[in-house]
Design a protein around this ligand. Structure first.
Ligand code: URA
Length: 245
């Protein structure tokens, strides 16, 4: 396993410069495998768990794939009856630069999109990142585009901002609804910070309307790449990984 200097590893995987990192290392703010390391020249490998200021630094030991999920497949790793997003990725559809990546065995979809929902799905084997980003405490923005049966108007914008009752113990958190087209069939963009089961569909159902098409456009700092057609995927760039972690 190739080893590199700790300061080089950290500057490759964070927005900090080498000299800023050296200061942080010297101040005892960096841990490797749970031990404080004060030597910036300490050699680390991609296998090591590295933390800076209490935050784990994501590295090359994990795989992060941006997948444009088409409708008709389920967000699961395996299913004996239905095609899963992992089946689809393994079948092909690589649209990144360079060689098709060797796909890790333990990949899983980070969060779920319904079978009929399209759009951005992150596929990874980084369980810690998934745990952190999917945590209800984290409030990561998810932006959806939807076509809705019924006239979406300002009363819905207000209801969603106030937090609509979707039949759970607590109402949905305040959400930002943007009307793109209001008519018998409306088009909207909705930003939510939670990820409850069928959340967008249930929010519209609560105001007497039905979602007839749903697509996720972004999740936190990660946006669906317009060059990816449905069913295609690519690896995240170093920049995207840094922002996400
Ligand atoms: N909300 C839904 O209703 N479905 C999805 O797939 C995602 C969010």
């Amino acid at each position: 396993m190739k080893k590199i200097r700790l300061d080089k590893y950290l500057s490759d995987h964070t927005e900090w410069t080498r000299s800023q990192i050296k200061k942080k290392v010297a101040s005892g703010l960096v841990k490797v495998q749970d031990a404080v390391i004060r030597d910036a020249g300490y050699k680390v490998s991609a296998e090591d768990v590295i933390e800076m200021e209490g935050q784990r630094i994501c590295g090359q030991q994990y795989q992060y794939l941006l997948f444009h999920k088409p409708a008709g497949i389920v967000s699961a790793t395996e299913d004996t009856r239905e095609e899963t997003v992992l089946d689809a990725v393994r079948r092909g559809g690589f649209a990144g630069e360079g060689e098709v990546p060797f796909l890790a065995k333990d990949l899983f979809p980070m969060g779920r999109l319904d079978k009929d929902t399209e759009g951005l799905l992150l596929i990874t084997n980084d369980g810690e990142l998934a745990h952190r980003l999917l945590s209800p405490k984290k409030h990561v923005d998810k932006v959806y585009y939807a076509k809705v049966q019924g006239k979406v108007d300002e009363s819905d914008v207000k209801a969603f901002a106030d937090g609509v009752d979707i039949g759970d113990d607590t109402p949905a958190k305040s959400a930002d609804l943007r009307i793109l087209k209001s008519g018998e069939e409306s088009e909207i963009e909705l930003t939510i910070t939670e990820g409850r089961f069928h959340q967008v569909k249930r929010m519209f159902h609560a105001v007497g309307k039905e979602v007839i098409y749903l697509k996720r456009l972004s999740m936190g700092s990660l946006a669906l790449d317009k060059t990816l057609t449905k069913g295609e995927y690519r690896s995240l760039t170093e920049e995207e990984i840094k922002k996400l972690c």
